[in-house]
Design a protein around this ligand. Structure first.
Ligand code: FAD
Length: 525
């Protein structure tokens, strides 16, 4: 895992100098290179883990699985948001965990939580560390030490039940490993977020993640059939049967709990047969409004693609320019279908009819092939842009179909306004990529000159966008989760009673409050 970039820095593409000049012109800015400082110059606060605590932790996981070494702590200082990367690149790594612990199984996690609760040590569950909302930032929360609980050793396929189409996976299994283990049984999970290369099964459940093929496979929470969770008070098992009327659904309460209520150690998931046929089709629409409306028609019909996204005019133009292709006028939609051959053909035919009726023009499969080829590489491009002094970041929300376009306009204007000034302007792009019968998500990508203080610059823009989201009926997050970054807007999202409910549940499961302090749950007034 890289300490200053998304993934392997060698995979960050070169930026053509001509293209960089063009970007500078569009942003009306002078770009300054921003190379990362050498690792030995990064300042980490010293570990506060005393010998007694070290011994207690080593007694649970073994001395080889407790680390206070600086390179290890550095790689657990935060997630992968652009501000996270900017801080690391500038040599800033405070806060840092006092130690990183590597439990092997559920029992060890539970015993570590008991030690942390007894000794009043804050615990930050760490899956792939791909949070973009401050979810894994090691906040101390008033405790004298904070540890990062790295779940990478919980990486087993625990069981498969092909008859019931279910499997149980360890929380630390990464996306590609999960798919590889399931593929041996001819099965797939079908959950492909852009972060899938590093993100884990437990992280997906803890954040209510949504993948690129959510139209067909659903959000991750829709795939979960059971959870095993370790808490400072013992084990909580939720789910199992396909449906139940036994009171409120505890599983739903734990999904999205972001490590504040317990540590998910095993996740039972619904699996599908690996698709035999994949069919892709792109369409163009005169504008974003008509493209988004076409996706609404599909989401409200029985003929659903497995993957559906529509890009606004800016994202359509920039995407084509980056790929060296001629941009279609208006905006572009990309659709993918997966399943058994006859069923895919039938669905695609029905969708084709609906798209044409909605005013679309077919563009064939090529633009989708291009998207598939590059869909996991944008995070590497972000690393390249940061080195060239270009700040690139994303944010997301969701709203009803009625509220979607007003929200799009309000957030676009908030971002553009907040980033306009002496440092130039910004390019704001957006797409819809998760649709529901009642509404859809909006995913914004912003590029602007980094300027002398890029973290503060992005902070202003993010606050303006978040305020606009709340004021215009959007959710503060559709799939990135809350963490510490969105926490100031949680009270507006769930109301004072909602906050009381979460605090009451936390008090029941984590009476000392050691689990992931400063994340998700708003303070009482
Ligand atoms: C480039 C990039 C692209 C992304 N694309 C998507 C996308 O397409 N869709 C999407 O949904 N998200 C996306 N994300 C956000 C992120 O990848 C998801 O939130 C993901 O689910 C986090 O998984 P993780 O294993 O990395 O969790 P981490 O980042 O390690 O943790 C996230 C939160 O969950 C908690 N946590 C982690 N594991 C556990 C556990 N086992 N038990 C309890 N709590 C736990 C952590 O304490 C933290 O609060 C993206 C992020 C990046 C950097």
């Amino acid at each position: 895992m890289s300490w200053f970039a998304w993934g392997d820095p060698a995979r960050a593409p070169e930026l053509d100098p001509g293209l960089r000049d063009l970007v500078a012109q569009v942003l009306r800015a002078r770009l300054q290179d921003m190379p990362p400082v050498p690792e030995e110059l990064v300042e980490l606060p010293p570990s506060r883990l005393g010998p007694r605590l070290r011994e207690l932790f080593a007694g649970v996981v073994g001395p080889g699985h407790v680390s206070t070494e600086d390179p290890v702590r550095l790689r657990h200082c935060g997630g992968k948001s652009t501000p996270d990367l900017l801080l690391r690149r500038a040599g800033r790594a405070d806060p840092a965990p006092d130690a990183v612990l590597y439990p092997a199984d559920h029992g060890e996690v539970e015993r570590l939580l008991a030690v942390c609760s007894e000794e009043r040590v804050a615990v930050v569950p760490f899956g792939g560390g791909t949070s973009v909302v401050g979810g894994v930032t090691p906040l101390r929360g008033g405790f004298h030490a904070v540890v990062s609980l790295d779940l990478r050793r919980l990486d087993r396929l625990v069981s498969v039940d092909p008859l019931s189409s279910t499997a149980v996976l360890g929380a630390g299994v990464r996306g590609p490993h999960a798919e590889a283990m399931l593929a041996e049984h001819g099965l797939t999970l079908g959950h492909l977020p852009q972060s899938h290369e590093y993100a884990t099964i437990g992280g997906y459940a803890a954040t209510r993640s949504s993948g690129q093929a959510s139209s067909g496979y659903g959000r991750f929470e829709d795939m979960v059939v059971s959870l095993r969770v370790a808490t400072p008070r013992g084990t909580l098992e939720a789910g199992g049967p396909p449906a139940s009327a036994a009171g409120p659904d505890l599983q739903r309460l734990l999904l999205g709990s972001e490590g504040t209520l317990g540590v998910i150690t095993e996740v039972g998931v619904r699996v599908r047969r690996a698709p035999e046929r994949v069919l892709d089709e792109a369409w163009s629409f005169p504008d974003f409004a008509s493209g988004a409306d076409a996706l609404r028609v599909l989401a409200q019909s029985d003929a659903r693609p497995t993957m559906a996204r529509v890009l606004d005019e800016s994202e359509t133009f920039v995407g084509a320019a980056m790929g060296g292709r001629e941009a279609v006028p208006g905006c572009q939609a990309v659709l993918g279908f997966e399943g058994a051959p006859a069923e895919v053909e039938a669905r695609a035919a029905a969708v084709r009819e609906a798209m044409a009726e909605a005013g679309g023009t077919p563009l064939g499969p090529e633009p989708v092939a291009h998207w598939r080829e590059n869909r996991f590489s944008s995070p590497y491009l972000r690393d390249t842009l940061l080195s060239a002094g270009i700040l690139a970041e994303t944010l997301e929300t969701a709203a009803s179909w009625t509220g979607l376009l007003p929200l799009y306009t309000a957030v676009s204007e908030a971002l553009t306004g907040a980033l306009e000034g002496d440092e130039g302007g910004a390019v704001v792009m957006c797409h819809v990529s998760h649709t529901y019968p009642t509404g859809a998500s909006l995913y914004f990508t912003v590029a602007t000159a980094a300027g002398p203080d890029p973290v503060a610059r992005w902070g202003r823009a993010k606050r303006a966008a978040s305020d606009a989201i709340v004021a215009n009926g959007g959710t503060i997050t559709h799939h990135h989760a809350v963490g510490s970054d969105h926490r100031p807007w949680m009270a507006a999202e769930i109301g004072p009673l909602g906050g009381d409910v979460l605090r009451a549940v936390k008090a029941a499961l984590d009476p000392e409050g050691v689990l992931n302090p400063g994340k998700l749950i708003p303070d009482a007034d």
